[in-house]
Each structure stands twice: as C-alpha cells, then as structure tokens.
Design a protein around this ligand. Structure first.
Ligand code: DGJ
Length: 728
C-alpha cells in the first residue's frame, strides 16, 4: 500500500517508487504539508510545520493567529481568516461574507480510485493506485471539505482533487475552488510553463521566481493556445537529467489558473484550479461540488524523468480509447489540400492517389454541410451539402471504403454560425448577455451546451451522420474562445456557473459519443491546439497539436507538447510547401521525419505535389508502420533543443526493454567550419551492442550513452535524419 498513517505522529506518508509526500495534522486539526520530494523510508519532518515558533502557538497564544495562518504550510488553504497568501477555497456565507477555516475530522485509505462524477479523471486498478481521503470540516459554515490524494506508485504520480459539501443549513456560494495547493520552502526555484499563441502553441518558458505572484491562466472558456494548465517549479541547475522538479498539470479543458507565489518569508505556494474570475457556484444544503483533478509529479532527475513519468501515467491511467496502443490509420486530411473548395470527385481523386501510396484513411474536413463554402456560415446545420457531395455521404463513404480505405469526418458541434438555420430558429441558444450584441469570432457564436436541449440537438446531429455510414474517425473541432458569458437559461444568481457547466456539457457530449461509438477514433482539435489538455485525452487518444504544420515551427511546438504528453497523443501531419502559414520551404523528408514523432498523417493535395515528393510517401508510410509501436509505447528522451538556441534539434525514443531506439536529428541551420556533432543517447543497455541499421557500425550501449554518436552526414538548412539502433 502506497499510503500509511501513523496514529501516534498524526502523519500520512504517501509513497511512490521514487517519491514521498507527507502530511501532518496539528493538535488543533490543521492539515499541514510536511514534505514532498525524494522517497523517504521513515516518517519524519513534522517539525517543518513549525507549530512552536513564535509569535503564535495556537493552543497557547491565540493573539497572533493571523501571523500563524499566514505562514503555516497548509495542505488546502482557505480564504478570509488571516492567511493572506493565495487561498484555494473562498466561500461566501448567506450573510455575504467570505471566510472559512477547516479542521481534520476523519480519513480513509482504500485501494483503487473512485471516479469523479461528471469529470474526466485518471483511473487504476487496486494494485496500481491507492487513495487517501481526508475529511475536514468548517464547523461555523457547516462545510465539509474532502481532500483526495491518489497515489500511482509505479508512475511517481499523485493526483489530487477536492469535494466540497454543504452539510449545514444555509445556502453557500463557492467563489473559488482550486484543486490543489503545495506550500514549501523556496529553493531558488524557477518557473517553467508552456506559452504561445495560435500556430505557436506550447513553447517552453522558464524564468526565475520573483517575490509576489506569477501565474499562467485562461479565461477563454478553453485551456487555450496562449497558456497551458501546466506549471513546474525547478531548481536552477535543472537540465534534462539533473535537478528537482515539482510539476502540476490540470485535467480540465476550461478556465484555469496555475500560480506560484513567493512570500515574505521566502516560502512558495503553488496552486492549480478553475480560474476564479467570474466563477461562482451555489451550494444549497445537502449539495456538493467536485473540483477537477490535478496531476502532480516530483522528479529528482530533471525534465526527462518528469516527461517519462507523465507519459506513462497518461498512457496507462488517463487515455481510455481502444486506440491507445493500437495501430491508428495513416490518414490524409483535405483541409490544407482544398480548404472549402471540394466535391465528391475531388475527394475521391485524393483518396485514390493516397491509397496507391499506402495511406489508409481519408478525412473530410470542414465544409461538407449546410451552405458552408467559407467559414462564415452553417455551423449548427449538420446536413450534407448535396452540391458538393453529389451522390450523398453514404455513397462517398462506401466508395472510399471500396478503395480499401477508412473514412473520417470533421465536426464543430459546439458552435453556431450567425448565418445558419439553427441561429435563425434559436438565437437564444448562443452564449450571450441579454441586451448586449455578443462578439463574433470567425463569424460564429458558441452554443450554450450547459443546456441539455442544446446538447441533445448538437449530439443528435452528429450521431445521425455517424449512424448513416461506416465512419471510423471524427475530428471534433472548436474554433473560438468564449466571451459575453451569459446563458438565457440560467437564473441571475447562477450565471457564474455557466463556464464550468459548459465544460461539463462538453464532457457529457464526448462521453455519449465514445459510448455510442466505442470503436470510433476521436481526435480533438481547437483551431489547432487550443484545447490540448489532459481533460480531452480522457475522451480522445490524440489531439491536433497546431495549425502550424511547418516542420521547423513544429520543432518547438512538439518539444513543448512532448515535455508532458506522450508522442502518441500529438497530431502531426506532412503538409505542402511553401508552408501555408510561414511560407517556408523544407524538404519532404524533414516534414516526414518531424511528423513521425506524433500521430502520423498527410494534409496536402496528393494529386498535385511533385512526383519526386510523392515517391517519398511510400518510404514514410513504411517508417510509420515500422516505428509505430516504439513511438506509441517507448520512452522519450530529449537530447538537444533548437528552442534552447542550438542550431539543431534532437530527440530519441527508446524501447522500454532497451532492444532498439530511434533518434531523430534535425539540423535547423547549417554551420560553417564545424566538426561532426556528438550526441549522447539514452535508455540503452550499457553492456549490449547496438548496430546502426543500414550500416556495419556496431557500438556498445555505454559508448553511445557516454561517448556519444557522431552526426556527420547532415548538411544544409532544415535537413534531418533518422538513426535506428538495434540491439544485437
Ligand atoms: C481548425 C483546425 O485546426 C483545422 O485543422 C481545420 O480543421 C479548420 N479548423 C477547419 O475550419
């Protein structure tokens, strides 16, 4: 069992393979944080709660209580009673005041992990995870706060969430409910986060912690292109292999906050949860609120260990899709090939040529429904456009399938175009503030899917299409952020619930979809990667990473994404050049090699590219088949980074049993007057011999890992190469 309780010490010890997390209960019942870090063998360190340090000792000297609360390392800090650091919970009572204080009441330790109602959450069998629930109470408010900790021993992950129950007699209002807080002493921490924009998602950012609060967040109703629900604190020497990391990642797809605070005493408070801006939840007596889950991991061996812990964790304990480790069809998507300008014949031309080159699925993207010839109409009118699909959808699907290919389709179910039959019939179904003209984005509004009748409509439209033909893949897109946050269906005092209800509505729709179509391969997408988050992974094993398909831009985007997500989740396609977004010209080979580090596919008009490029597709497809299992299930190692101002980028995927490894090297810019470059591999068996495939060269594992492998054959800008080492 990964969780122990010492009755005498009133301490909990949560152990994973390499880490320990300890919680202590003070005599008064404050639940305090004691320790998180390298695995410890014995209980200890409760003195870190510093209960006896003046000016306040709770049982003796009540006078200085606020100075105590403003320093004590609280497991779940509450607001309004004297802890001036960021609180995790703000509760307004029926008299209108905010203030709560919680004390230990009881606890339970069980094998396994209970699901979180209505929310995506990690899961595991009884022998894989144990769960601690600490029940705390605020006797004044009649509030019960259950702190949930689930310990995934093998993956070095602890998940946290919180359930708030109103066990009193008055209605309460939750104005802030975070999912986790972590208080600790500063160790010159630097903050690492993932930031960007449309077409530049999830670039790695690192900066020293200043006094005060530093945060990343989203108020856009989705996890967003700009900031990511991930935060890590790292010691200054942290590299891929050295240094300590405390990371938090949020299993949620809406507004979030991930914040660190460096306090007057050089302590750190790290918090994560639903963004409190505009949030308010009514809690009537007897009701409860479940906060989403936060994933926490500690690495004492740098970023590489953190990445591999999270990759294993998401693969084993969050992604449910049957495609998790299964072969996924190599697809060709017509978006960059045709945009809105296509018809049955055009799609079949693409499919025929694709089939000849070994591609296995045609995905029909945006523009097949209503009168959608541009992005300014018809969202919500999910009927087939007969002018484009002249013989109907079932016939198109059947023709594609008779070629021996699968068929996939695009939807954007959460949206409604201003110019749509749906909007003309139900203008009140759009999210809006009555009396104010809501802001358009991409000429569309967002459907209020917090409403059941709206969800039912949108779901049924989609399901009807999927029932009409053997369609095996859906790309679920979402192309705008939310604003004008109002629902015509919610009472005035519940408008603060809309954004969370929206996310719950989204989860409910996706749950219905994967339940009704259990074999469907679902790919989430949001104008590229604006909703690439662990919440969505619970429903879809892959997510479109970015609309930027340029191989060089993708290096930073995919590096940031792979910092925390397995490669098997990263939608990556080979597209045409000059690249549609940056206008860059890169070799077809490099485009293929970069896309191989994800869910491989094509996004171009295969009938129009040069013969020389087309001829390379067969080899890329072969690579995809050959390395698929390795890429889906192997260990990822970041070797060097272009984002770290190196002129080249390099990563490796090694089989868990050390039997082989694939190294991808991309020379972004060629350099004059340099010698060959030595790169040190990882994850091999030291004493084994490895042959570089396609050559006679044999190296020992330790040679490759310690002396390095010499890159001598990559010349020019934007050039790349794959190296496959096989154990002999
Ligand atoms: C945004 C997606 O990221 C693209 O791949 C494409 O599906 C468009 N939307 C279609 O509108």
């Amino acid at each position: 069992m990964g969780i122990q309780y010492d009755e005498g010490k009133r301490m909990f010890k949560l152990d994973t393979a390499c880490t320990t997390y300890m919680i202590g209960i003070s005599d008064e019942g404050y639940v305090g944080h004691v320790y998180y870090g390298k695995r410890l063998h014995r209980f200890g360190g409760k003195y870190l709660m510093r209960m006896e340090e003046m000016p306040y000792t709770p049982l003796v000297n009540q006078r200085e209580k606020t100075s105590f609360l403003d320093f004590y390392p609280m497991e779940y800090p509450t607001g309004g009673v004297g802890d001036y650091r960021e609180s995790c919970l703000d509760v307004r009572n029926s008299a209108g005041s905010i203030g709560s204080e919680i004390f230990y009441e009881s606890h339970s330790i069980t094998g396994g992990k209970p699901p979180l109602p209505e929310l995506p959450a990690s899961f595991g069998k009884e022998d894989e995870v144990d769960t601690l629930q600490i029940v705390c109470a605020d006797p004044v408010l009649g509030l019960r706060v259950t702190l949930l900790y689930s310990v995934f021993e093998k993956e070095d992950v602890i998940t946290r969430s919180v359930k708030i129950e109103n066990s009193g007699t008055e209605e309460l209002r939750l104005e802030k409910v975070y999912s986790a807080g972590l208080d600790m002493e500063n160790r010159d921490f630097e903050m690492v986060s993932l930031c960007g924009s449309w077409a530049r998602e999830r670039h790695i950012q690192r900066a020293a912690l200043r006094y005060g609060r530093q945060l990343v967040s989203s108020s856009k109703g989705e996890s967003s292109h700009q900031e990511h629900p991930f935060l890590a604190l790292v010691t200054p020497e942290t590299t891929q292999e050295t240094g300590e990391i405390y990371a938090m990642h949020f299993v949620y797809s809406g507004n979030f906050i991930a914040q660190t605070e460096r306090t007057q005493f050089d302590y750190i408070r790290m918090v994560m949860g639903i963004h409190p801006d505009g949030f308010c939840w009514r809690l009537a007596p007897g009701e409860s609120f479940q906060a989403p889950e936060t994933v926490m991991t500690y690495s004492g061996s740098g970023f590489g260990k953190m990445s591999r812990s999270l990759h294993d964790f998401y693969r084993e304990h969050l992604i449910r899709s049957p495609y998790k480790y299964k072969k996924r069809p190599i697809l060709i998507n017509n978006w960059e090939a045709t945009y809105f300008d296509f018809n049955t014949e055009k799609l079949l031309d693409i499919a025929r040529e694709a089939k000849k080159n070994g591609i296995e699925m045609l995905v029909m993207d945006d523009g097949w429904f209503g009168k959608r010839n541009w992005d300014d109409s018809s969202l919500g009118d999910w009927t087939v456009n007969q002018e484009k699909l002249t013989t109907g959808l079932p016939d198109l699907v059947s023709q594609v399938r008779s070629l021996g290919m699968e068929f996939g389709i695009w939807f954007e179910p959460e949206m409604i175009s201003l110019d749509s039959e749906l909007y003309r019939a139900h203008p009140d179904w759009a999210i809006q503030i009555p009396g104010r003209v809501p802001g358009l984005s991409r000429a569309q509004y967002v459907l209020d899917i917090s409403r059941k009748e709206v969800r039912d409509y949108a779901y049924e439209c989609m399901a009807k299409i999927l029932r009409s033909a053997p369609i095996t893949y859906v790309k679920w897109d979402m192309n705008r952020q939310l604003c004008d946050i109002g629902s015509t269906a919610l009472p005035a005092d519940a408008q603060g619930e809309l954004l969370h209800r929206y996310v719950l509505g989204l989860y409910e729709m996706q749950e219905r979809l994967v339940t009704e179509f259990p074999e469907l391969l679902l790919e989430n997408c949001s104008g590229g990667g604006a909703r690439f988050d662990p919440g969505m992974l619970y429903y879809s094993p892959q997510i479109w990473c970015s609309d930027d398909t340029d191989a060089i831009e993708r290096l930073k985007i995919q590096e940031g994404t792979a910092l925390i997500y397995p490669l098997s989740t990263i939608g990556a396609h080979v597209s045409d050049c000059p690249n549609h977004i940056v206008g860059r010209q890169t070799s077809f080979e490099t485009r293929g090699n970069v896309a191989l580090a994800g869910t491989f596919g094509y996004e171009l008009d295969i009938t129009k590219i040069s013969g020389e490029e087309r001829e390379q597709i067969a080899g890329q497809v072969e690579n995809c088949h050959k390395y698929r299992e390795l890429i889906q299930a192997g260990d990822y190692y970041r070797i060097t980074s272009w984002s770290d101002r190196k002129p080249y980028d390099c990563w490796e995927v090694a089989a868990k049993d050390g039997s082989h490894a694939l190294v991808t090297f991309v020379q972004v810019l060629g350099q004059p007057n340099v010698h060959s470059k030595s790169i040190r591999l990882r994850g091999l068996e030291s004493m084994a011999s490895y042959r570089l495939e396609g050559t006679e060269a044999v190296y020992t594992g330790e040679e490759l890992m310690e002396c390095g492998f010499l890159i001598r054959d990559v010349k020019g800008d934007f050039q790349s190469k794959l190296y496959h080492f096989i154990r002999e």
